[in-house]
Write a protein that binds this ligand. Sequence first.
Ligand SMILES: NC(=O)c1ccc[n+]([C@@H]2O[C@H](COP(=O)([O-])OP(=O)(O)OC[C@H]3O[C@@H](n4cnc5c(N)ncnc54)[C@H](OP(=O)(O)O)[C@@H]3O)[C@@H](O)[C@H]2O)c1
Length: 414
Amino acid sequence: MRCAAFRYNVPMTADQHWLARARALAELGRYTCSPNPMVGAVIVRDGRIMGEGFHARAGEPHAEIHALRAAGPRARGACLYVTLEPCCTHGRTPPCTDAIIAAGIARVVVGTIDPNPAHAGRGLALLRQAGIETLCLNDRTCAELNERFNHFITTRRPFVHAKWAMSADGKIAPATGSARWISCPESRTYVHKLRAEYDAVMVGIGTVLADNPQLNVRLEGTWRQPTKIIIDSHLRTPANAALLQGAPTVIACARAADPSHADALRAAGARIIALPGPDDRVDLPALLELLGSEGITSVFVEGGAALFGSLFAAQLVQRATIIIAPMLLGGQSALSPIGGPGVPTVEAAWRLTDVTITSCGVDTILSGRVAYPRSPRPSSSAVNAASTAWPSDNDASDGPSAPGNRHRIPPCSA
Ligand SMILES: NC(=O)c1ccc[n+]([C@@H]2O[C@H](COP(=O)([O-])OP(=O)(O)OC[C@H]3O[C@@H](n4cnc5c(N)ncnc54)[C@H](OP(=O)(O)O)[C@@H]3O)[C@@H](O)[C@H]2O)c1
């Protein structure tokens, strides 16, 4: 059977068609399944869907189990399409491979191999040992679904996504520092949806003092609220800062400050972590290690320039999304998005790969994965530009080596 084109206007095979259906199901877990990956599954027999499902929440059944339950005895002899290799170990739930074998599934087609080094390929091997035919399509769109999970599971550090809004002349604020939205209302709604996908949202103290942001998800309905993280060397966060309301807030500082102010911040609900780093500032790599160890798998960083400067210089950012507003702010001293020392030469630039460009209201949104020159990750904020060898797209990506690993921004539907 051949189906209408889904992407690239080329005919799809039946396997690609059903995998695309499974991928669409996986999307339903986008805002709820962290720290687990998004996964969708479809069981097909004689060209008809017998059952389908997706993974909604950690601790709840995996997509394959939902699909098997929906199919019941009709799963026997059928083909299971699943976006990610089925798990083969006991986690919060029993291994899916056992359930697939017990249900009498005849063939399993997966989008990608599980990047978790403890699992990779073992699930499919177990299924083959049980006499089930297996196929991995190495599907790029399935790999893209889980760029955050794939990074976290292979590095144990959160996936870091930097986002800023800037004028068309590359300024993130007017020279006066006046705090006004640069992006249009549609882009701001889109940003709220992006926030909702992340375990945590991070800003520097400069942004807290200039803009007093709330950093919560303000959309209709019920949404998971990310943990808020402030990078604040000397605990300058006001105890009445807007972002101390609502979701848990972590303030990472470099050294103990006025104990009474620290007490006031704790009383306002903040958790204070001291992680002294170079230049009497917060040790950002150490902070990410700590967040990862506490199960924060992804961080959405919303500025400002000094924080972005340190994060990029330490090669800690995996994705950048830039909202470009059709306005010009000018001013020699107006901030550009990435502060710090920057790179010394064009050859040493931090590159965006797999770039997508979309329109949102009057704004243009550019998003890409960040690729760094092949050089050791700097241990301090100094930029190591000794090498300008470039990794291939695949090397720059995390997790499964999907060819090209292009990313599609969900349409801006604000
Ligand atoms: N258009 C946008 O998308 C956007 C987004 C956010 C912010 N902004 C604008 O950007 C401006 C604020 O940016 P900013 O550069 O002044 O401040 P920032 O990046 O928000 O915060 C920087 C401060 O964080 C502290 N810090 C602690 N550890 C650090 C580390 N390892 N690396 C870097 N900083 C560390 C430092 O405070 P200490 O000096 O106390 O050590 C530093 O001054 C405001 O005008 C705001 O409106 C625009």
